[in-house]
Design a protein around this ligand. Structure first.
Ligand code: C2O
Ligand code: CU
Ligand code: CU
Length: 502
């Protein structure tokens, strides 16, 4: 990645113009705010390793004009810096918790030792710091970090404890693709939020917030409402991170223009894949390259999931709780008048060896369920997250228990994990420790855009998804990695399990 001076200036969300926005079902301000670009933090090199200093802090933001919202952030009031890592480098993180509550910080998608993973066991008490070390050992890609506190991940992420990670390697640095951070290589941390009248975040309020996960009626991009981006180059690479607690986005451009998907969760696809829309569930990332040569303004939008989509809610849940059914603007885009020319995308981005099912020595099955027995609704849920407001969220019939290791995986082995969704809504299933390849959904191999490395996979209602993964390195019988649904209210209410690699 090339670094531009602009990347050191954090946009402050200054009102750029008061143009009327296109109508939307969503509440929006009548002003546009310049898209802020999170500060790029490449750490400091000291004694051969890169040191990153992070502070969890509380603060306030004005998301809505005239209203103040209490927030959490990392080295700032909401969200955090974009951490820039290089493959092969030794990383020393120092995470100081200046909050009045415990927290954790998890490096989502990074292949690191369990003790350095930042899961629910690596609690950082107030006024203490956590100092994990690891060596970056994976392909270039877009990752993220966020709170992973047991039963409280949803709330802490909602309030702001998340940020992006950009990992570069020799391959990513030699490719002729847009890679100047903040200029033609643009992070888009997309979230939905809702607010109370006094400006405070309105998190879980009712049982449906737990059932579906919390949905908001305002879109924040990099922590700003009604964001406007003004490209200065004819091609722009957007690193899109769905950092919403629950919402699935179906990204497209308002004029239906084509874009190229170049990377997903774990790094580059072999070749760019041309699409006009892409469904991105919570925690998934996609990198796309879009052409603005025509100079015209265009919005990045989210389209409804069609009823026929395999990821749409089914059965009685569909009637009771509509989800992902709106169209709304994510980002206003107005290209500048003279655009710098970008080079043509290469035909080949990387090479990926597809793992074969026959390489696996074991298959494990995971059943995701959310029993909604009326007798259970609204009753206490054993002290879990929101007091069992939303029924039960189970994997293989069990809720997450901190002192239970559900699976033990031999280090170095290759396994197939079969994820069966026995509920009426889609769950994005995420695993820590490494990246996998999707074999199939109900026996059908995925599209080209899902043929790269992944750490989170959409499992539609009733579907059986199989992925294959190599569990290399970091044998540790005492410290677990997590697997869970990345709808954070599901995770917090039990849809999570633990495995060790030994
Ligand atoms: Cu995004 Cu268990 O994490
Ligand atoms: Cu993770
Ligand atoms: Cu779920």
């Amino acid at each position: 990645m090339r670094i531009n001076r602009r990347s050191f200036v954090q946009g402050l969300g200054v009102t750029a113009s008061s143009a009327l926005l296109p109508t939307s079902l969503f509440a929006q301000n009548l002003t546009q705010n310049e898209l802020p670009i999170p500060v790029l933090n490449g750490g400091e090199s000291q004694g051969g390793s890169q040191h990153y200093n992070l502070q969890l802090q509380s603060g306030t933001r004005q998301f809505l004009s005239g209203l103040t919202t209490e927030t959490l952030g990392i080295n700032g009031s909401y969200l955090g810096p974009t951490l820039h890592l290089k493959n092969g480098s030794d990383v020393a993180m120092s995470v100081l918790n200046q909050l009045s509550e415990p927290s954790t910080l998890h490096w989502h998608g990074l292949h690191v030792p369990a003790k350095a993973d930042g899961g629910p066991a690596q609690i950082i008490a107030p006024d203490t710091s956590w100092q994990p070390k690891f060596t970056v050992n994976q392909k270039a890609g877009t990752f993220w970090y966020h709170s992973h506190l047991l039963n409280k991940t949803g709330e802490q992420v909602y309030r702001g404890l998340a940020g992006m990670i950009i990992l570069d390697d020799e391959e990513s640095e030699s490719l002729e693709i847009p890679s100047t951070y903040g200029v033609d290589d643009i992070p888009l941390i997309v979230q939905d939020r809702r607010f109370n009248e006094d400006g405070s975040f309105r998190y879980v309020g009712m049982h449906r917030d737990v059932m579906t996960g919390v949905f908001g009626d305002r879109i924040l991009v990099n922590g700003t409402t009604s964001a406007l981006f003004t490209p200065s180059t004819n091609k722009v690479r957007f690193r899109i991170l769905n950092a919403a607690n629950a919402r699935t986005f179906n990204f497209a451009f308002a004029d239906g223009r084509e874009f190229s998907v170049i990377a997903t969760d774990g790094g580059f696809l072999e070749k760019p894949v041309a699409l006009r829309n892409i469904v991105v569930a919570a925690a998934e990332r996609v990198e796309i390259v879009v052409d603005f040569s025509d100079g015209g303004p265009v919005d990045l939008v989210s389209l409804p999931l069609e009823a026929s989509s395999p990821y749409s809610t089914t059965g009685m849940m569909r009637n009771m709780m509509s989800m992902n059914t709106e169209t709304f603007t994510i980002l206003n885009i107005e290209p500048q008048s003279a655009l710098q020319r970008s080079s043509t995308l290469p035909d080949q981005l990387t090479s990926i060896r597809r793992m074969q099912a026959a390489e696996a020595t074991r298959t494990r099955r995971f059943e995701l369920s959310m029993p909604m027995g009326m007798g259970r609704m609204g009753r206490g849920g054993g002290g879990r997250g929101m007091g069992g407001m939303g029924g039960e969220f189970l994997i293989n019939g069990k809720p997450m228990e901190m002192d239970v290791i559900n699976e033990v995986v031999p280090v170095g082995s290759t396994e197939i994990w079969e994820i069966h969704n026995d509920s009426m809504m889609m769950h994005p299933f995420h695993i820590h420790h490494g990246q996998f390849q999707i074999l199939d959904r109900d026996g059908v191999p995925p599209g080209q855009e899902e043929m790269g490395f992944k750490d989170t996979v959409k499992v539609g209602p009733g579907q059986l998804v199989r992925f294959i993964m190599r569990f290399e390195n970091f044998s540790d019988p005492d410290t677990a990695y997590m697997y869970h649904c990345h709808i954070l209210e599901h995770e917090d209410n039990g849809m999570m399990g633990q495995f060790t690699v030994v």
